[in-house]
Design a protein. Structure first.
Length: 124
């Protein structure tokens, strides 16, 4: 399944549509790996739109941005990401809003650095 997204770069007047990635499974069967691929594809597409001369495979961190899953015209849901450099919306996808949100939350949680364990020793 080819996934396209609408990309708007802050400071520009018009949005563009780009193919951002391909995923083998249909959205209802997506795993965390598929969702990660979509999110990374979205972030890379937004970066390419803002920085066309940048390296294509720069590292991507799945943190530090706002995202939302929204219903779209009774045709499924979209993923929207907003950052300082612009916004990108991919979809619609035929998957329940709650299911896709849960998958994204799991992917984002897996990217967070581990929290230090509480210790009995306190350093002041």
């Amino acid at each position: 399944m080819d996934i396209e997204a609408e990309i708007w770069v802050r400071g520009e007047e018009h949005a563009t549509t780009q193919l951002i990635t391909s995923v083998e499974r249909q959205p209802g069967a997506w795993t965390e790996v598929d969702v990660s691929k979509v999110l990374v594809g979205m972030l890379r597409a937004l970066d390419r739109a803002k920085n066309p001369d940048a390296e294509q495979d720069r590292p991507v961190a799945l943190r530090g941005f706002s995202w939302i899953v929204n219903p779209f015209e009774n045709r499924g849901v979209v993923i929207a990401i907003e950052m300082g450099l612009g916004a990108i919306v991919a979809g619609p996808f035929d998957i329940a809003e709650r299911d896709l949100s849960t998958l994204i939350e799991r992917v984002m949680a897996a990217e967070r650095p581990p929290q230090p364990r509480a210790s009995n020793e306190t350093i002041h």
